[in-house]
Design a protein around this ligand. Structure first.
Ligand code: GUN
Ligand code: ZN
Length: 431
């Protein structure tokens, strides 16, 4: 057993719903991790002194210790295109993305990108994520293989697409998509801490038959997730309306192929009506906002207030490579800006909740990661109040706990992430 001392904090629920008591904060706190890498206890160091006495102790001083960040939306083959600037969604995909993703036909390149991406995620404080693979089955094998070797809780899937793609871009048929997805589920789903997500790219690039095939795969595998994009950009939404005449809204296209439910994780959801939010809430689907990407692609501003009002399940994603940062502190900051640009709906403590327990719950892992409740898997980060340079200046006043957490989130970045731990083992940062 090992004890980590510092300013320990985590959430037991969303403060927007459960109130301020949902934040557990211990100024001189202890996180006790057992030999299997699970949380044995978390609380005030004084109160746990009996237990701590029997453990090895690491004192992180005035650093903050919280659950590792969870990212609900990353594109594995787009780290190589991160924040390619210029053009709105459909143009951007054609100019920067489809062809760069073709490089993942080379298995060795995919392997080195997977190693690099997971290292970058850990350096940014992200211990778990949902990722889109490329269309290439072997590249997805490499992605899962690297996640498994690092023992990280990861959800991912092969990108599925079969139409409306530039010449020369690899595509599936509904049959090849089903066969490859079934093989990958067989090889990886449930292995170690891995989970599979059926991943049709978006309705623009998926025929009726492909979406139907995705629904059938989900029906055969009750614990597999589904991830896709919805209503990110007005031109995209108009194209979907032309491609699926009579289907109602973009969101209801997915419903008509039985793709909407509590296992469905939908990126963006910007151009939503009240009815769309109601349908998402009613089906239990998760809406993952990706604000950094939305601003860089000029896609629009997610309506946090409407989503809250409808009672939809919510998550946050970096959406690298449309996004420019893997650090969920930066993504939460962009989400707060989006809320301010609209009618509110997100505050700082809820943003902290979202990048930890909220995103874990969005991916079905709320009983496993995202908090320091006993027996949770001990994935956590140690955050330094000394970096970046503005942070200690901001912290120099006597601030309340919520003020300090606001400063940490709004001024923090990758430099703030001092150390990262997976199942109690340090995997990043100084020894
Ligand atoms: N919609 C379909 N594919 C993509 C993608 O790769 N990135 C983003 N941001 N939106 C998409
Ligand atoms: Zn995306």
């Amino acid at each position: 057993m090992r004890t980590h001392l510092g300013r320990v904090f985590f959430f037991t629920g969303d403060p927007a719903e459960a109130g301020a008591e949902a934040l557990c904060f211990y100024e001189r706190g202890a996180l006790v991790v057992d030999g299997e890498g699970r949380v044995a206890a978390a609380g005030p160091a004084d109160a746990l002194s009996g237990m701590i006495g029997a453990t090895e102790v690491t004192d992180h001083g005035d650093a903050y210790i919280c659950p590792g960040f969870v990212d609900c939306h990353i594109h594995f083959p787009q780290a190589v295109s991160a924040a390619s600037f210029g053009g709105k969604l459909l143009d951007w995909l054609s100019r920067h993305i489809y062809r760069n993703e073709e490089a993942f036909a080379d298995r060795a390149f995919a392997q080195s990108q997977a190693e690099g991406l997971f290292s970058a995620m850990l350096a940014s404080g992200t211990t778990s994520a949902a990722l889109y693979g490329s269309v290439h089955e072997a590249a997805v094998d490499e992605l899962f293989s690297v996640a498994l070797s690092r023992n990280q809780r990861v959800c991912a899937g092969k990108m599925l697409m079969d139409r409306n793609l530039p010449e020369g871009v690899t595509r599936d048929t509904p049959e090849s998509a089903t066969a490859a997805t079934e093989r990958l589920i067989g090889r990886w789903h449930g292995k170690g801490r891995l989970c599979y997500a059926v991943s049709p790219r978006f309705a623009v690039a998926a025929s009726d038959k492909l979406l139907q095939a995705c629904g059938e795969i989900l029906a055969r595998h009750p614990n597999v997730l589904c991830q896709t994009h919805v209503s990110e950009n007005p031109d995209e939404a108009a194209l979907v309306a032309r491609l699926f005449p009579g289907s109602g809204s973009y969101l209801s296209v997915y419903q008509s192929f039985e793709l909407l439910g509590p296992r469905t994780v939908l990126g963006h959801a910007i151009h939503f009506t009240e009815e769309d939010f109601a349908l998402a809430a009613q089906t239990g689907a998760v809406l993952v906002s990706c604000p950094d990407a939305n601003f860089l692609l000029g896609s629009g501003v997610f309506d946090w207030a409407a989503a809250r009002k409808a009672g939809v399940r919510l998550g946050l994603g970096s959406d690298v490579g449309a996004g420019s940062s893997l650090c969920m502190l930066a993504i939460a900051r962009e989400a707060l800006k989006a809320s301010m640009m609209g009618k509110g709906g997100l505050d700082v403590l809820s943003a902290w909740y979202l990048i930890t327990l909220g995103n874990a719950r969005a991916l079905g892992w709320g009983e496993r990661i995202g908090s320091f409740a006993p027996s949770r898997e001990a994935d956590f980060v140690v955050l330094s109040p000394e970096k970046p340079p503005l942070l200690p200046l901001r912290m120099a006043q006597a601030l309340s706990v919520p003020e300090r957490l606001a400063a940490l989130l709004l001024l923090g970045n990758e430099a703030t992430v001092h150390k990262t731990f997976i199942l109690g083992r340090q995997v990043q940062g100084p020894a």
